[in-house]
Design a protein around this ligand. Structure first.
Ligand code: NAD
Length: 247
């Protein structure tokens, strides 16, 4: 049985999709959440404190983490769900768009980790889960900025695991496949696109945010006490199977 009893986690991107489901799951398992997002409905109680913070700003993140620590009196880890979808190939992507993808998805993940590390090092323990993507593991066409940012998150995660294992801080990734969230509404709203994505997943359906949140909760918990530098795909088989049958 997974328990997050009495543990406090920062969750970025907590206002929507996988981040919102992760916040709910942490609380269901007995934990507390410092929820961060660009704009977030305010909440301040014994289970969750919501704060506005853009993950591209280290000072905003540090201020929010410090407020969260003061509110709950503890900090046990981080889940980095904040992210943006940035499709495009190299010729159709301008430099600003490329920079935005890396600034939010990759540098934003790095800055989020940077904002919690001093506290975790001081406490001599911590668990961090980054959210990458199956498109960080595999190539695909017309999605270069996103793919590169997510591939970078996987390498960042392994590098962090190497640097901070001696401080008893575990760092792992989750790589979701096609998950039904506001980010993918552009796909689910268009039947042929939805069918194309679903058909690439051996389980022939989109995943639900709660199914990703459960895997995140496992990695945050003491049940994963000897797991670090790992990446768990939560993708209905997408990254492990290339079937010879189409459809
Ligand atoms: N939905 C999928 O199919 C899927 C698949 C693979 C990976 N992912 C990844 O999972 C993570 C969560 O995605 P989701 O599907 O829940 O999307 P979502 O759009 O529902 O949620 C993303 C959240 O991140 C927040 N955010 C964006 N930029 C931010 C910034 N600069 N600062 C702070 N918050 C910011 C948004 O406001 C939003 O609340 C993302 O990193 C995404 O790339 C999603």
């Amino acid at each position: 049985m997974i328990s997050l009893h009495d543990k406090t986690f920062v969750v970025t991107g907590a206002g929507s999709g996988i981040g919102a489901a992760t916040a709910e799951q942490i609380i269901r398992l007995g934990g507390r959440v410092i929820g961060l997002d660009r704009t977030l409905a305010s909440r301040k109680d014994s289970q969750q404190l919501n704060l506005n913070a853009d993950v591209t700003s280290l000072s905003a993140l540090e201020e929010a983490v410090s407020q969260g620590k003061a509110h709950f009196g503890a900090l046990d880890g981080l889940v980095t769900c904040a992210g943006i979808s940035v499709p495009g190939d190299t010729l159709t992507t301008d430099e600003d768009t490329w920079n935005d993808a890396l600034a939010v998805n990759l540098t934003g993940t790095w800055l989020s980790v940077k904002s919690v590390l001093p506290e975790l090092i001081q406490q001599k323990q911590g668990a961090i889960v980054t959210i990458a993507s199956v498109y960080g593991m595999l190539g695909c066409s017309a999605n270069t900025p996103y793919n590169v940012s997510k591939g970078g998150i996987l390498q960042l995660t392994r590098s962090l695991a190497a640097d901070y294992a001696a401080h008893n801080i575990r760092v792992n990734s989750i790589s979701p496949g096609y998950i039904a969230t506001p980010m993918t509404e552009v796909i689910s709203a268009f039947e042929p696109a939805e069918q194309a994505f679903v058909s690439m997943h051996p389980m022939k359906r989109p995943g639900q945010p709660a199914e990703v949140a459960t895997a995140i909760a496992f990695l945050l918990s003491d049940a994963a006490s000897f797991i670090t530098a790992a990446n768990i795909p939560v993708d209905g088989g997408f990254s492990g199977v290339k079937d010879i049958l189409v459809g």
